[in-house]
Ligand binder design. Sequence first.
Ligand code: ATP
Ligand code: MG
Length: 445
Amino acid sequence: MIDLPAHAARAITLLEDAGYETWAVGGCVRDSLRGAEPHDWDLCTAAKPAEMQAVFAGERVLETGLKHGTLTVLTGSGPLEITSFRADGGYSDGRHPDGVRFVPDVTADLARRDFTVGAMAWHPQRGLCDPFRGLDDLQDGILRAVGDPDARFQEDALRILRGVRFASQLGFTVETETAAAMRRQVGRLSCIAAERIREELTGMLCGRFAIRALRDFSDILTAVLPELAPMVGCAQQNPYHLYDVWEHSARAVGQAPAEPCLRWAMLLHDCGKPACKTVDENGVGHFYGHPKVSRDIAASLLRRLRFSGEQTARILLLVEQHDRPLGDSDKLVRRRLVQIGEGRFRDLLAIKKGDAVGQGTHPENVAELWETERRLNEVLAQDACLSLRQLAVNGDDMTALGLHGPAVGEMLHRLLDAVVDGTLDNTQQALLAFARARMEEQNDQ
Ligand code: ATP
Ligand code: MG
């Protein structure tokens, strides 16, 4: 039994009263049946686009998807996507259906969907429509392609990554034949737009079962992220690490908060290690300079996947600085805060914790990070001066002392450094005296 939200139930009633069979379909049915809260509700209907428009005439709708058969009704409870029963035509480019063919019945519509657990429909009176035994697969935790798996992945290779994403989000096992076909067809992902690949990979990285998905599908993932292939099986050979670089990174991803930039940074933080690896005379592995190399590899990967400038900057900072200490004294914590701000500081804490736990050795490193976090919270609670804006003097005060041009900014930064280091009080009197003394020193030289 599925509890339909009122906005979906109302739309079903409106369409059916007008004579068009209508069902809830896809992810919302899957998620309801497994006891999870659906994030949105999709309907499919026998009504053709123009007929849907007529039923919802006078309501707020979006018509952008109409030529593919989708009308979006904007309800007070969020957008509701309603799609005419359709079968996809061929996919000669492996990406877009050549044409949309509207079909009269729901079973034909379900047949075009990718995985059986997403190919079920629900109706408040008629109950479940499940021609591909999706419920059995849902109960067994299995992802199985609808119909011939090779054909389905040939039609649309993005489904391969959707499969990996669903495995990561749902913790399901990909059925053997489906997994084999995903691997056979992986080359076809080269014709999929970078943005769509990025979105599926991001969903996969943020899944609850990301560690397992990264481990089970390293071959598929490195086929779309070839820069990362050398990580798989790259032994670390040192006392700080139990795992190879890929397994370590997978564990680190699983430890980090499920936020896209943090998870991407975790995946990429050590990608430069294989290129930097040396083994000393005792057989111990070293990776000198790897954060910088990781950063460079990550930069080209993120550019290829068309990440925004803002996300790229955030991820690259984390990759580049993941190995740098954050500060084991209040003074060092304040200095770092001045450099990177609270948000990036907390990002780095999360990344360093993920890294430390992912190493599988030295739990004291994790404890140290808890200590740094405590220190950070304390420093922030002290309302310490951490930016030029918070100084008790400003540029006008420096001009009044006789400084001009770039010397004004330079002096303010020197004042801030001294305040942050705790050698100078943040009072107007102390700051002006300090500035005057520095100016006199300069004049004496
Ligand atoms: P979620 O929204 O949680 O990511 P979902 O299963 O709802 O999962 P959507 O991308 O919202 O996925 O798509 C809705 C439904 O449309 C899916 O359940 C599936 O039946 C079908 N679908 C979406 N994309 C494809 C595709 N590329 N190939 C075949 N069917 C698809
Ligand atoms: Mg959905």
